[in-house]
Design a protein around this ligand. Structure first.
Ligand code: NAP
Length: 282
């Protein structure tokens, strides 16, 4: 059995939590990322209650904030110089438009920028692994999903669903770009739709029509977090995927295509430039 060092964001709930429970084995060193100390400690206690030999360390960050993400990456680097798997799972959907104190619309900040920034900041550690993997937990990407380049922070017409789909599309587009950048390395980057899953997603942050939609999905058409985690675990563990990169999975063993917007190179270039500006990179 191989020893793996694994980071999971969004580990305190839903898909991330179910994934953490499965990967909690003595041979894996898990770094679980939480924003709330109490939730983090409770999670560790729960896992150790069932798997006493699990090797778990908690690290804390509010992933809507780039300063926290940078501190998280540097905290990790003081502990390890290699990373086998980065599972970017943290995410949210919200009826209310919230801007972070760094001036970014929060859905975009957590669902996209945190995945982007953490992947870039930890790329050297991923290259130090035998075969590094980045797994971006995305979503369904419907044909209508697009990026509003003129108003990426949704300042004018905010809709929770539109902001969510935009952030997830950005996550997928950056998966394709980063895979291209890393193609001559041992690091793969893939995205996965976890399914419609009964979790806390949108339960406390949605109102009106979005709340109705969330309730309907959670009650009638959802799968369990454990079932959903199987999709993430497939991307984490499958030997068949050691050379597969820049792909999007939707539950099957083989990747599927996303919408045409996501493959358009002008769109990808615009997103990449905009993102660099948002994170203060040239
Ligand atoms: N559930 C679905 O049907 C569905 C469908 C498509 C895609 N997804 C995606 O799957 C991923 C997991 O979602 P889930 O369904 O498991 O939802 P969830 O139960 O609400 O879990 C979301 C996780 O993200 C964390 N998080 C949110 N904002 C954060 C922040 N600012 N800083 C740090 N952590 C933050 C949450 O922390 P707290 O525990 O502190 O809140 C929690 O651990 C998300 O990316 C979501 O978009 C879910």
């Amino acid at each position: 059995m191989e020893n793996k060092i694994i980071i999971i964001t969004g580990a305190t709930s839903g898909v991330g939590k179910a994934t953490a429970f499965e990967l909690a084995k003595p041979e894996n060193k898990l770094f679980l990322i939480a924003r709330n100390k109490q939730k983090g400690e409770e999670l560790k206690k729960q896992i150790l209650g069932i798997k006493p030999k699990a090797n778990i360390e908690l690290l804390y960050a509010d992933l809507s904030l780039q300063n926290d993400i940078k501190k998280l990456a540097s905290d990790f680097k003081t502990r390890q110089n290699k990373l086998d798997v980065l599972i970017n799972c943290a995410g949210l959907v919200s009826s209310e438009r919230v801007e972070t104190k760094e001036g970014i619309e929060q859905t975009l900040a957590v669902n996209y920028i945190s995945h982007y920034l953490l992947s870039h900041l930890l790329s050297e550690e991923l290259k130090n692994a035998k075969q590094g993997r980045i797994i971006n937990v995305a979503s369904l990407i419907p044909p209508i999903a697009k990026i509003n380049f003129r108003d990426i922070h949704s300042k004018k017409n905010y809709s929770g669903v539109t902001a969510y789909l935009q952030s997830k599309l950005a996550d997928v587009m950056f998966t394709y770009d980063l895979a291209e950048q890393l193609k001559n390395t041992n690091v793969t980057v893939n995205a996965v739709h976890p399914g419609i899953v009964k979790t806390n997603l949108g339960v406390e942050t949605s109102k009106g029509a979005l709340q109705g939609f969330v309730r309907f999905c959670m009650s009638f058409i959802s799968i369990t977090p454990e079932k959903s985690a199987e999709r993430v675990l497939y991307l984490t563990n499958s030997n068949n995927l050691s050379k597969i990169t820049g792909k999007y999975f939707k539950g099957g063993q083989n990747p599927v295509k996303t919408n045409s917007f996501s493959y358009n190179l002008d769109n990808r270039k615009k997103l990449s430039e905009l993102t660099k500006a948002l994170i203060g990179e040239k």
